[in-house]
Design a protein around this ligand. Sequence first.
Ligand code: HEC
Length: 165
Amino acid sequence: MIRSTYFRAAAVLALALVSLPTPGTAQRPDTTTFTPRFEAVAETRLLMEGMVHSNYRSLDKLLKKKPTDRETWVFARGQAILVAESGNLLLLRPPKGTGREPWMKLAMEMRSQAVTVARAAAAKDHAKSVQGMAELKTSCIRCHQTFRVDVKLDPAPVPGETDAE
Ligand code: HEC
C-alpha cells in the first residue's frame, strides 16, 4: 500500500518533469506567466523638469490666446498627452508607506486632467482648454502640497531661459 502510493507519487513527479518546457525549445512566449517588470529609472525631479513641467509650461503659453492654426492645436494636444503619460510614470514611483495611496490617486488625477486638456485641444475648444489647464494646475499643486514639495508653478520667465517649445 505504502509502496504503491510511493510509486504513484513518483510517476506523477516524472510526468511533471516530462511536461516541463525544455529551455530554448518553447514554441511561443508563455504569456500567461510572463510578467514584465516596470522599473522607475529617472529621479522624480528629473521627470518633473523634463517631462511634466516643460510640457505644462509650454502648453500654458500656447493657450494664452486662442491658437489660430491647426498645427498649434495639434502641438498643444501632444503636450497635454505627454503630461498625461507622465502620470503613468509617476505611478511607478510612489513613496513607501502611507504616502503610497494618496500618491497614486494624485498621479491619476493629474493624468485625467491632462487628458481633458488634450481632448479640448483636439476639439480646438479654447475655453475648455483653458479651464482644463486651471484644473490640471490644481492637481499639480495638490500633490506638491500633500508631499510638501516647495515648488511654485508659473514663475516669472527667466531672461534667456528657453522653453521646450
Ligand atoms: C503625484 C505627485 C505629483 C504630481 C501630480 C505633480 N508633481 Fe511635481 N513634484 C512632485 C514631487 C515629489 C517633486 C519633488 C521631486 C524632488 O525634488 O525629488 C515635484 C517637483 C516638481 C517641480 C520642481 C522640480 C525641481 O527642479 O526641483 C516642478 C517644476 C513640478 N514638480 C511641476 C509639476 C507640474 C507642472 C505638475 C502638474 C502638471 C506636477 N508637478 C504634478 C510630485 C508631483
